[in-house]
Ligand binder design. Structure first.
Ligand SMILES: [Ca+2]
Length: 167
């Protein structure tokens, strides 16, 4: 009776293992799974931010923030008006949301954006995000940009992305 494996048996085992690993990776598609996970986070983040903005607006008769288009890659997650959404009227905002959510990638087109209606304090607002996998959701959100997922009360405020280049 012989002990151990021959070189051929060993190489064959390694080859079979390799094929199994590649097949598993192909079936599971880890990249796609991660992208879906990031999209789920984006949808949940925008929903949290939406609730915070609307609660704030109800109490303060004004939407938070100054007059600008804000990008989540430009500033910190501080919710008090010093973070990526700037606002002289936001000192109370941390009561509604502890910190401002930021896109899981947070660069290039994958940033959250926020804009309040520059026309009046108590008017509408829009937040948006770019999703990686859910194109239907971006197209059917009632907004004016079929390539971004838009949330808010005036879905035509945010301009077509003129986003800062990726670092
Ligand atoms: Ca859209």
């Amino acid at each position: 009776m012989r002990k151990g494996f021959t070189l051929i048996e060993l190489l064959l085992s390694i080859a079979i293992l390799g094929i199994l690993v590649v097949t598993a990776a192909f079936l599971i598609k880890p990249g796609q799974t991660m992208a879906k996970k990031r999209d789920a986070q984006r949808i949940s983040d925008l929903s949290r931010l939406q609730i915070a903005i609307e609660s704030f607006a109800l109490d303060h008769k004004a939407t938070p923030g100054d007059m600008d288009t804000y990008h989540s890659d430009n500033g910190t997650d501080a919710a008090d008006g010093t973070g990526w959404i700037h606002g002289s009227n936001m000192s109370d905002m941390p009561k509604y949301i502890g910190s401002l959510p930021m896109d899981p990638i947070n660069q290039g087109e994958f940033v959250y954006r926020y804009q309040r209606d520059p026309g009046c304090w108590a008017c509408g607002y829009e937040i948006d995000a770019k999703l990686e996998t859910d194109t239907q959701k971006m197209a059917n959100d009632g907004g004016d940009d079929s390539n971004r997922y838009e949330v808010g009360s005036e879905l035509n405020l945010l301009p077509a992305p003129t986003l800062s280049p990726s670092p």
